[in-house]
Write a protein that binds this ligand. Structure first.
Ligand SMILES: Cc1cn([C@H]2C[C@H](O)[C@@H](COP(=O)(O)OP(=O)(O)O[C@H]3O[C@H](C)C(=O)[C@H](O)[C@H]3O)O2)c(=O)[nH]c1=O
Length: 181
């Protein structure tokens, strides 16, 4: 497993070791001991989530507040997404900065997103299955988020807004300024 820290402290890009043979491929999608050895983080995931989306769907930017914050290990099982993690830790040197990366069934890359980050992704092809592990349970009352086209964050999603499929809930998300300034 290869691991590298992104421009955002504690946010890691992981490339699993893939074993290929004439049947296909195999890789360990998570190994707690290896993860601790390479990051120094002892993580206990308690919930796995999965979503299926068509091309143009944008989910996020979401996070849970306070004690209900979630660290996530995200990956794509089929298809591909542009995945985006935003540092929303006010005390962080990279507060308000983001990291984006294409995660796909081809590159098998995963992103570890610590608590205190907002997360979202844009789906790049139909029938994309997105799967992720969370270290805290879903808590609807603590859900928060930032509007995808936030002017402060300036995230380049690569799609025009007319092409996007976004939930009514996500269309109403507040701006970064409203939440943090
Ligand atoms: C997240 C979640 C949702 N739900 C229920 C609530 C809704 O009735 C339904 C769809 O939820 P939502 O529209 O929030 O799903 P996404 O837009 O994919 O939300 C996720 O999208 C971004 C990218 C994330 O990183 C978050 O983990 C998560 O917020 O599933 C649950 O029952 N448990 C859960 O953990």
């Amino acid at each position: 497993m290869g691991i590298e820290e992104t421009n955002l402290k504690d946010c890691y890009l992981i490339t699993p070791k893939v074993f290929a043979d004439d049947r296909g491929t195999f890789f360990e999608s998570f190994n707690k001991k290896q993860f601790l050895k390479l990051t120094g983080l002892s993580i206990d995931f308690v919930q796995d989530n999965q979503s299926l989306s068509q091309k143009g769907v944008l989910r996020g930017l979401h996070f849970q507040t306070g004690d209900f914050g979630q660290a996530k290990l995200v990956r794509v099982i089929t298809g591909s997404v542009l995945d985006v993690a935003v540092d929303v830790r006010p005390e962080s040197k990279t507060f308000g900065q983001h990291f984006s990366m294409v995660l796909s069934a081809q590159n098998n890359k995963q992103l570890y997103i610590p608590r205190g980050f907002a997360h979202g992704f844009l789906v790049l092809e139909d029938h994309t299955i997105f799967s992720y592990k969370c270290d805290n349970y879903y808590n609807k009352a603590s859900e928060s988020g930032i509007i995808f086209n936030d002017q402060t964050l300036q995230i380049d999603w690569g799609f025009s807004e007319s092409e996007l499929i976004i939930s009514e809930k996500d269309k109403e998300l507040p701006t970064f300024e409203t939440l943090f300034k």
